[in-house]
Write a protein that binds this ligand. Structure first.
Ligand code: FAD
Ligand code: UDP
Length: 383
């Protein structure tokens, strides 16, 4: 009945499904254990009519024209240059730390001197990982590196990861470099924004195709069996492609122990006031137990909404308990080795494809995930 089965209706699963159905003419079943599609991009209006991102703020940003064009078939966009500030004492500082931030924390003469040195050392417009900046021996640059390390990275990273910045992968801290320019935007990509009417309608349209069937509230374990030498679907061998976007340890009963993840507790609050913080995202880099507060009306363009809804994010170590969601793979050699043990178990299924932030145990943005899904689906569509 189906040519392909896709586990998970996040961006990886949904984009792959569309390409397989449309370009390959494949009959595709998408099974999703949650009661909704969209994965972590899912959004919905709350009880007060304000569009919220159920799993944390998601801003689409990309330089990839083809990914943008693909998604633009299913949505219009609310384009904006996403900006973030950090609350440090009484000040709100632009993040990533940049030359504007420098001039806010030091007086004019000192800031100008350090600015010249930074431009001389790294070049105007460059983006420097904080750990690399800390290696610079110039006392002025050391001072600024130390300031950024202590006031932007240390406490926030301890909250987010339970580890110091030097203990986590430089790939992670490198996502928010020190920027030697006056650009206050959080991302550098050409396209930045959110779907005009929300992510969920975008996913609905993407999955709305005669060759695609979506089953929500359906864990793949209810349909698929990976315990033998071949994949079984509803008890019978299934020879078509299976694209799995869930956590790979769960496929094998976590037999080598659980893959470590960081999770988040999202605490939403609606306030009967026009605005709470006047910014879409404020990072708490030196205080509080939560990492950041998002105020949705500034993220989604719903500035005229009545009242305002915010969410605080409290990180914790994922344990696999009922209801917990594994959000962030913890990039470390030991964890990669454990991941590899699980991945090796999938070798015996030549038509099983691991795709996605969970299945690949990687830190992907939406656009990179969409690109990978399109590429994989095109290869499978041609088979
Ligand atoms: P997911 O969205 O997690 O989808 C996987 C789906 O598979 C889920 O719906 C899950 O329920 C389902 N599933 C898992 N196991 C099973 C099973 N056994 N049976 C059936 N279904 C199953 N990216 C950006 O580009 N910009 C941002 O601003 C941004 N912000 C983020 C903020 C947070 C807090 C987080 C956690 C991530 C953020 N991301 C952002 C990353 C973005 O969420 C991911 O790139 C994207 O969601 C990855 O898509 P995916 O399909 O791989 O995974
Ligand atoms: N980070 C930080 N302070 C900040 C912003 C980011 O220490 O104000 C660090 C932190 O370790 C975080 C990482 O940089 O996990 C990547 O930040 P990003 O905003 O990309 O995280 P995400 O949006 O994926 O949660």
């Amino acid at each position: 009945m189906y040519d392909c089965i896709i586990v998970g209706a996040g961006i990886a699963g949904a984009a792959a499904a569309r390409v397989l159905a449309e370009e390959g003419g494949k009959r595709v079943l998408v099974t999703e254990r949650r009661s909704h599609i969209g994965g972590n991009c899912y959004d919905r209006p709350d009880d007060h009519g304000i569009l919220i991102h159920e799993y944390g703020p998601h801003i689409f940003h990309t330089d990839d024209d083809e990914v943008r064009a693909f998604l633009s078939r299913f949505t219009e966009w609310y384009d904006f240059g996403h900006e973030v500030v950090a609350k440090v004492g009484d000040q709100l500082l632009p993040i990533p730390f940049n030359l504007n931030t420098l001039h806010l924390i030091f007086d004019g003469e000192k800031a100008s001197r350090i600015e010249k040195k930074l431009i001389g050392a790294y070049g105007e417009g460059s983006r420097v990982n904080i750990m690399r900046l800390r290696e610079n021996e110039d006392p002025d640059i050391q001072e600024i590196a130390d300031y950024v390390y202590r006031n932007v990275f240390l406490y926030y990273t301890m909250k987010q990861w339970g580890q110091k910045p030097e203990e986590i992968s430089p790939e992670v801290t490198g996502r928010v470099p020190v920027v030697i320019s006056r650009d206050n935007r959080y991302f550098k990509d050409v396209y930045q924004g959110v779907p005009l009417h929300g992510y969920t309608p975008m996913f609905e349209r993407m999955l709305d195709h005669e060759n695609i069937e979506v089953m929500t509230d359906t864990d793949c374990a209810d349909l698929l069996d990976f315990s033998g030498e071949e994949i079984r679907f509803r008890g019978k061998p299934f020879a078509g492609a299976v694209v799995y976007t869930g956590a790979v340890d769960e496929l094998f009963g976590c037999r080598f122990g659980r893959l470590p993840y960081r999770s988040l507790d999202f605490r939403f609050e609606h306030l009967d006031q026009e605005s709470f913080q006047d910014h879409s995202v404020v990072n708490y880099t030196v205080s509080e137990d939560f990492t950041r507060i998002t105020e949705f009306k500034f993220l989604t363009g719903q500035r005229d909404a009545c009242g305002t809804t915010i969410v605080r994010e409290y990180p914790f170590a994922y344990t696999g308990a009922e209801g917990e969601i594994p959000y962030y793979a913890i990039l470390a050699e030991e964890n990669e080795r454990l991941y590899e043990k699980y991945r090796a178990l999938t070798d015996r299924f030549s038509h099983l494809h691991l795709l996605g932030r969970l299945a690949e145990y990687k830190y992907y943005n939406i656009d990179a995930m969409c690109r990978k899904a399109m590429d994989l689906a095109r290869r499978l569509a041609a088979q």
